[in-house]
Design a protein around this ligand. Sequence first.
Ligand code: ATP
Ligand code: MG
Length: 407
Amino acid sequence: MGELSLDGRIVATVGALPAAVAAGALDLGLICPAACGAEAAWAGDTRLLAAPSLISLVNHFRGTQILSPPEPGQMTDGAPTADLREVKGQENAKRALEVAAAGGHNLLFIGPPGSGKSMMAARLPGLLPPLSPAELLETSMVHSVAGLIAKGELTRARPFRAPHHSATMAALTGGGQRIKPGEVSLAHNGVLFLDELPEFSAQALDSLRQPLETGEVIVARANAHVRYPARFQLIAAENPCKCGHGGGGRGACGRAPRCQLDYQAKVSGPFMDRIDLQIEVPAVTAADLSLPPPAEGTAEAARRVAIAREIQAERAREAGRDDAEPLNARAQGSWLDAIAELEPEARGLLSRAAEAGGLTARGWTRTLRLARTIADLDGGHPIRRVHVAEALIYRRAGAQALVRQPA
Ligand SMILES: Nc1ncnc2c1ncn2[C@@H]1O[C@H](COP(=O)(O)OP(=O)(O)OP(=O)(O)O)[C@@H](O)[C@H]1O
Ligand SMILES: [Mg+2]
């Protein structure tokens, strides 16, 4: 593979890594441009030749100038993310962030401007474990197709993609004239952050529903039909209303509640239903800001997340499942029933919340998964009432149902 220029040089092209992996799987070798050699070499034992020009290749086969096989590029840990310790107050939101990281759940922060939503979202990757070798290869292959791998350098850090709200559907899900992966695929095995959620076009948001559900995206064009992996964790942030101050508090909105209802209606119900955790982030008070930095930061939270993830992995191993990453957020059907063992009181609370009309069918399963994660952060035993109660609080509708129930 490669692009031949008029003077006989072989110019770099995208996709060298998946091409090398595919060639290896077919027991073939691959000749690629010299500039792509360091990237293709990550494919392992595929026989490779990385040629700078057509003439060098001819000479190689004549035996007059032997091309040595390329070496893989560097492996980096990525830029360090900022520490959670810098966020003052906001204990509930930080807890939600930790729960989301532990079970791979989607998360929405709702709050007034300047309350630290974007700040906390940017700290999510720091709580997640580094990519496993299999995930690293998958994610790097997508990045290779998008032309994002420079000098064959791969990174173990989970991707964190934060497209602007003016992003088109093609930019998010993939497309363009020469079909390319979109943001959802670039975030594969990592985090997709949608800041100012209601500002995204309704069409763009709805195009995310399929990948959110299935973990892949199908891009159909007249000349191509491509399937890209797109298993990402969604984190979103929004203001309660356009002016940012709906819901009372500092400088309460003059057009409440209309302003707030209109703004939130921009995101469809089915889309919202796919977000397990929805939490209100109040404005930070002066008292919070003058506090000394909290004792716990990213390192402590990441350790608890790692333990909870290990409990999930162990559970899947014991059941003989071979999921690469058995996160609670992805548990379905009989597997979810098997792992979400509820104590009788916990089941009672969940049933009451559902009867009170606060939960859709999808909401029920999402609450169950969330409760499983909360119990896993608590040692991994059967789900108790407190775990279900916390899970219900993270769904706005669920929280209301809880309030209407006797204790
Ligand atoms: N809890 C906090 N602790 C310390 N600093 C904070 C906190 N919240 C906000 N800040 C400060 O305010 C700045 C703005 O925060 P951030 O961008 O996260 O707000 P936001 O909630 O995303 O607001 P917007 O709705 O306008 O996007 C931060 O860069 C930080 O300096
Ligand atoms: Mg923000």
